[in-house]
Ligand binder design. Structure first.
Ligand code: HEC
Length: 126
């Protein structure tokens, strides 16, 4: 019992100590709420002119998703054209910091709630 306890406490202490470090890793701009990572200033300068940054921070998706949103705003909402390098910085920032959310799909239904599989499988013959 004793040797185990002696190991468990320092391990717990180390885990607790690392918590504040993890939250510092994602510092946010107090004004816009944007995550302060490479490209955030350029994103703030271009993406908070017409609407709140919340519209940006509440959205998420792949680089393609962000690119199609930008095209949509350019075609229908009066968003200006970007220099390609500038657009790359913004798209990299968005895809990196507001990328696809892993838990945005609902979990699979349990097998018992699924309709019968009409195709025989090795796990479920016939
Ligand atoms: C020229 C004005 C303008 C600028 C600049 C602008 N947007 Fe928008 N954006 C709009 C308008 C208008 C809407 C629609 C707002 C609404 O539905 O209330 C919108 C909507 C959005 C939405 C929500 C889309 C949805 O599915 O509801 C997101 C996300 C977004 N913009 C991101 C951005 C990003 C990222 C940038 C910077 C690259 C940006 N916007 C810059 C005008 C702009």
């Amino acid at each position: 019992m004793k040797p185990l306890r002696a190991l468990a406490l320092p391990a717990l202490g180390a885990a607790l100590l690392s918590l504040p470090l993890m939250s510092v890793a994602q510092e946010r701009d107090p004004d816009s709420g944007l995550i302060k990572a490479e490209g955030w200033q350029m994103t703030k300068a271009n993406c908070t002119v017409c609407h709140s940054a919340k519209l940006v921070t509440q959205n998420s998706g792949s680089r393609n998703h962000w690119e199609s949103l930008i095209r949509w705003m350019q075609e229908t909402q009066g968003l200006w054209e970007f220099q390609p390098e500038m657009e790359n910085v913004i798209l990299d920032y968005l895809a990196e910091n507001y990328g696809p959310q892993e838990d945005s799909r609902r979990p699979a239904l349990p097998r018992a709630l699924m309709p019968d599989n009409p195709y025989p499988t090795s796990a479920d013959p016939g």
